[in-house]
Design a protein around this ligand. Structure first.
Ligand code: 4NP
Length: 145
């Protein structure tokens, strides 16, 4: 079994989407993969995903409302086979924590030219969430399937 951890800053917008979308493909294709998500920051520990992430996932038939934010730990760095950061600043934080470079990737490396998944927390309105959803969906598919 392979274990994958998706990491963003707050664990309320992007990485819960990546986790929910990955769970969907894992179940649909009966893959032997376990996924989780977390944030590098502590601001939102215990909170559900942001309303717009819950909404955009629901529009695509995926329920992420039960997920709760948590902060990454040193144990995570050892426990997971693959650690997937959503943007370059997440990569920098993870390397600073001592994450082995050999297991660290950026989600955009899977079919999006290594681009950052933009942080929709600071977007004005809902539109950006559709873009972020599409980007995460395509990259997660490329990663898993
Ligand atoms: P996320 O978005 O990293 O995609 O969960 C953010 C959520 C909260 C904050 C930053 C990014 N924040 O600064 O509180």
């Amino acid at each position: 079994m392979q274990t994958i951890l998706f990491v963003c800053l707050g664990n309320i917008c992007r990485s819960p989407l990546a986790e929910g979308i990955a769970r969907h493909y894992i179940e649909a294709n009966k893959l032997d993969v376990t996924v989780d998500s977390c944030g590098t920051g502590s601001w939102h520990i215990g909170e559900p995903p942001c309303e717009n992430s819950i909404k955009v996932a629901k529009m695509h038939g995926i329920d992420i409302s039960m997920l709760r934010a948590r902060q990454i730990t040193l144990e995570d760095l050892a426990a997971f086979d693959l650690i997937i950061a959503l943007d370059s600043s997440n990569i920098a934080s993870l390397l600073q924590m001592g994450c082995p470079a050999s297991k660290l990737k950026k989600l955009g490396e899977y079919g999006y030219n290594g681009e950052d998944v933009p942080d929709p927390y600071f977007f004005d309105g809902f539109e950006g969430f559709e873009y972020v959803y599409k980007m995460i969906d395509e990259c997660v598919k490329e990663l898993l399937l």
